[in-house]
Design a protein around this ligand. Structure first.
Ligand SMILES: Cc1cc2nc3c(=O)[nH]c(=O)nc-3n(C[C@H](O)[C@H](O)[C@H](O)COP(=O)(O)OP(=O)(O)OC[C@H]3O[C@@H](n4cnc5c(N)ncnc54)[C@H](O)[C@@H]3O)c2cc1C
Length: 456
């Protein structure tokens, strides 16, 4: 079988990419290891800011939304201090969302190979020529295409099989990920009052070292809750163990769904396109490094990469020269912010409960600064001013100095991922080693151990 584009993975990223390309009239196949009825069933906190849908003009039907939030409320470790970050958000019904995106794609002619696993990738003449896919309990089949998109999630199935000389095969560090576990429960006790209006995030380095734990109400009655936690993936912490120890006794009720997974919490992959391959979603590390939300940015990356792959196919030539603009657009739209937040993320992962308590108790940050930080990725002057004022009153001179370092490196990495991002693929190796040197220097200064590289 020969297609214009083969997409591996029918998560939000793969389904969006397939929909964009099929809508332009390309012959698209999607390969997915799950059976069709399980498409969309993803272990997730399900929370997303509505601006993500607006940004790519995706009009989702009402029945895909389980619940609406007025913003996020962040609690200190003692849970005595809370900070409200306003901003409209929703709890998505992941199965309905996935099934809806799938149906949209199928209506446009997408061909689905469900219950099929990507088994091998054949590279010939410096491009991917075909993939071998295997149906569960079935034979191996060979599928050819002009272009391929890896949308197979945090353990990328396609790009991990590409030549290591291709920068799109980038291998991350384990600490570039959070490992998470969550349960959806019908709780014995509902969430009521002000808390029921927000997605609740709890900073606690004992319960969720290198991450946070969350309580996201899912239905109006306040009884259905999405509760979970993420920890830095360093081979030491186990989120399921911590859930059983700290959260299970607190949230008693009927279990509806349980599961775990890894989440990339770093800057984006150096390039989302190479030869005739594109990479989108978790496979391209498009998640927000600080809050771990990746549904919106997966959709955005999928929209951008598939648009430029479509343009290259129309122009009759597909390689990184022809699709490079996808990188520029993604970095502009989300990637540069991610790079800044990656710097902040490593700093936050080193803070103690005493630090979190001090920051929230003394209102070092306010809701609008945190919102700006999330939207623009900048550690603003306002935060530094508040910190310096507080330091005069309470002491903690090291904090101001640390925050200045963090801010400088945030700005440096953001600049490298925006104005200084390579204008053409030939400049990528030099740029990449510059980025690596900056990250190496920063982690050395703040004493962050990056650990081992991931073995896929
Ligand atoms: C516990 C947890 C909580 C989260 N909470 C939130 C949240 O509240 N808000 C938010 O925005 N984001 C959240 N995220 C992140 C978010 O879920 C992801 O960023 C997003 O779903 C990524 O979409 P994707 O399409 O890139 O990958 P996925 O949804 O992982 O899709 C990849 C697909 O590829 C398929 N696949 C994989 N390998 C193969 C193969 N070899 N052959 C064929 N098919 C294959 C998989 O079956 C899967 O369907 C959370 C993640 C986790 C793990």
């Amino acid at each position: 079988m020969k297609y214009d584009v083969i997409v591996v993975g029918a998560g939000v990223a793969g389904l969006e990419a397939a929909l964009v390309l099929a809508s332009k009239g390309f012959k698209v196949a999607v390969i997915e290891s799950k059976p069709v009825e399980k498409i969309g069933d993803k272990t997730c906190g399900d929370a997303i800011g509505v601006h993500h849908f607006e940004k790519i003009s995706l009009e989702i039907p009402g029945n895909v939304i389980d619940y609406k939030y007025q913003g996020v409320k962040i609690y200190s470790p003692s849970e005595k201090h809370g900070l409200i970050v306003p901003g409209e958000g929703v709890s998505v019904n992941r199965v309905r969302f996935g099934q809806w995106l799938l149906k949209e794609g199928l209506n446009k002619g997408v061909e689905l190979y469900d219950s099929h696993v990507l088994a091998d990738v054949i590279v010939k003449n410096d491009k991917v020529e075909e993939v071998k896919v295997k149906k569960v309990d079935g034979p191996i089949i060979e599928l050819k295409a002009e272009a391929f998109i890896d949308a197979s999630g945090a353990r990328p199935a396609l790009r991990s099989k590409l030549p290591e000389t291709w920068p799109i095969s980038d291998r991350p560090f384990m600490t570039d990920f959070n490992i998470a576990y969550r349960e959806v429960i019908k709780s014995e006790k509902p969430v009521t009052g002000e808390d029921s209006k927000y997605a609740l995030i709890y900073l606690n380095a004992e319960i969720a070292p290198g991450g946070y734990w969350w309580l996201f109400p899912k239905f109006e009655d306040g009884f259905i809750l999405n509760v979970g936690l993420g920890v830095v993936w360093n081979g030491v912490y186990n989120p399921r163990h911590n859930y059983e120890k700290y959260l299970k006794p607190r949230f008693k009720g009927e279990l509806i769904h349980a599961g775990g997974g890894i989440v990339p919490t770093r800057r984006p992959i150096p390039t989302l396109v190479w030869r005739n391959v594109g990479v989108v979603g978790d496979a391209a590390y498009t998640v927000n490094p600080v809050h771990g939300g990746g549904i919106g940015s997966s959709l955005e990356a999928a929209y951008i990469v598939s648009t430029y792959i479509g343009n290259a196919l129309e122009a009759g030539r597909i390689d990184e020269e022809k699709t490079w603009e996808a990188n520029i657009k993604y970095m502009e739209s989300y990637g540069a912010k991610q790079a800044g937040l990656d710097v902040l993320r490593m700093y936050l992962q080193r803070l103690s409960n005493d630090d979190f308590e001090w920051i929230l108790k003394n209102r070092i940050v306010d809701g609008s600064s945190v919102y700006d930080l999330g939207v623009k990725g900048e550690l603003g002057e306002k935060i530094l001013h508040t910190v310096s004022a507080m330091i005069k009153l309470l002491g903690k001179p090291s904090l101001l100095n640390q925050l200045r370092i963090v801010r400088n490196y945030m700005n440096r990495l953001m600049s490298l991922h925006s104005a200084e991002y390579p204008k053409s693929p030939g400049e990528l190796p030099k740029w990449n080693s510059l980025v690596e040197n900056v990250v190496e220097e920063y982690t050395r200064i703040i004493g962050f151990e990056r650990g081992q590289k991931v073995k896929w």
